[in-house]
Design a protein around this ligand. Structure first.
Ligand code: CA
Length: 232
């Protein structure tokens, strides 16, 4: 069966970037809608079925972060931020506000296309099903029901905290979870700033699950931002 083309809303005030996205993404089979600012973005979102939003943060009529917050408060439409702001703190803020991915300008169209594809696939999966109860990629299986971790068909002993951390990442496989999000979920809000806890426990998990901890295959670091469990 051939899927209906995905409709992407580009919220971007710079015409050359909109034109570049229009050319490169329509040639890859996407339908494009465009908005030059926040207000126009709201209009498009209210009147059309949109599968994904590409969002610039520096908009003429408002901050893109406001658009992100608005979007998140009422819909699950995935958002990929495309911004000239490359500081870690800004990326962290965007992920915590619910961005699905973040690309810094200038960007390559290949990378953008790969990320859009991954975000859309993940969103199609979450539309159809409740949060996954099992993660299986390569040689790693995390069974959230039986609370077991298998590597190359062998059970791996993990501590309760390691399991909590791993299953949280597995439920959101492919998506970056920030340090703060992980700390709040696993250790509680009062420990939201204890990034050391995470380093220690992630190192422990990598020793158990990765062939080479320095070049992890599953437990990926987003430098200065958080962690992501590979989804392919
Ligand atoms: Ca801009």
């Amino acid at each position: 069966m051939i899927d209906a083309p995905k409709r992407i809303l580009v919220v971007e005030d710079e015409e050359p970037i909109r034109r570049f996205l229009r050319t490169s993404l329509t040639s890859r089979g996407y339908q494009l809608e465009e908005a030059c600012g926040g207000r126009e973005a709201y209009d498009r979102l209210a009147s059309q079925q949109i599968n994904l939003v590409i969002l610039d943060l520096g908009l003429p009529d408002c901050d893109g972060m406001q658009v992100l917050a608005q979007l998140r408060s009422r819909a699950a439409t995935p958002v990929v931020v495309l911004s000239a702001r490359g500081r870690e703190s800004e990326k962290v803020a965007a992920f915590e506000a619910g961005a699905d991915d973040y690309l810094t300008k200038p960007f390559g169209v290949q990378e953008l296309a790969a990320r859009l594809h991954a975000v859309l696939r993940r969103s199609a999966q979450s539309d159809m099903a409740p949060p996954p109860l099992r993660y299986a990629r390569g040689e790693l299986v995390v069974d959230m029901v039986a609370r077991r971790v298998l590597l190359r068909d062998q059970e791996v002993h993990v501590t309760p905290i390691e399991f909590k951390l791993l299953s949280l990442l597995a439920k959101h496989a492919g998506k970056v979870l920030t340090h703060r999000q992980l700390l709040q979920e696993v250790w509680g809000a009062e420990h939201a700033d204890e990034v050391n806890y995470l380093r220690v426990f992630m190192a422990g998990l990598r020793r158990k699950l990765e062939v080479n901890s320095a070049q992890p295959r599953y437990l990926l670091t987003e430098q200065g931002i958080g962690y992501r469990l590979a989804d392919e």
